[in-house]
Design a protein around this ligand. Sequence first.
Ligand code: SAM
Length: 276
Amino acid sequence: MGKCSKDKRDIYYRKAKEQGYRARSAFKLLQLDDTFHLLPGVSRVVDLCAAPGGWTQVIAERLESLANDNCIVAVDLMEMAPLEHAVQIQGDITAQSTADAIIAQFRGAKAQLVVSDGAPDVLGLHDLDEYLQAQLVLAALNISLNVLEEGGTFVAKIFRGKEVSRLYAQLQRFFASVVCAKPKASRNSSFESFVVCRGLRLPDGYVPSMELSLFDEPYANEAERTAGATSVLFQSCGDVDGWDADQSYPMEDDDEHKEPLQRPINPPYAQAQKST
Ligand code: SAM
């Protein structure tokens, strides 16, 4: 979390620091869970693209059963500071080795819930950002098809651009229900939303493989054919009278500056700082 003056006025940024969350995005998962009841009753969860760990903190707080230490697996390219109840895998979600490491953590069982708040570096070029985000969602979906149990739930961040129906069509091939959700903590000015996909059911004869790209034949064509006719329910989540992510709230007198709870570990910019 940065500390420019715009960030300081952002209410969720301030609330995250007050409540001990490593990232303001924690509130998005809290609001998604309040609406969709994702976490009650599950005990094996994978948090893809987890660093710095705000979502992992929410999962650890809300899981009812934390009997063994292996029930949350958090994956990210970046190193992440340890969190109680979570096993961390530093790896790429497109790699077979990452899928194998997840299954090993659950001792051969599969996850009941996979969440992904993954984001590539945003370029500011709308169409290209949407394309890169869709690629990352499909990578998250593909690893989920390998590590999620039948009937399981998949939640992922998407960018709701003009090609989004193609993504919905892919998701509907694998899940009985797909809803697009916008938590109140996600700015209206951002085209970010989240898909909540429930009831994984692999199509007849479909064998999940990390080698497969969901953009490849013959699967892509099948989804393309149905894309035009695809629509999904849209649901906003979070208290309608609650904090508005698009508003700037004035600082109170007792709002003193607080340092980030968890600074990034070995961030790529550290290398550049060393050489200047
Ligand atoms: N949910 C997190 C939280 O609450 O703290 C924030 C996630 S942050 C918005 C997006 C993360 O996606 C980054 O940490 C980035 O390293 C990760 N990421 C992007 N591409 C990835 C990939 N191919 N494999 C694993 N992680 C990836």
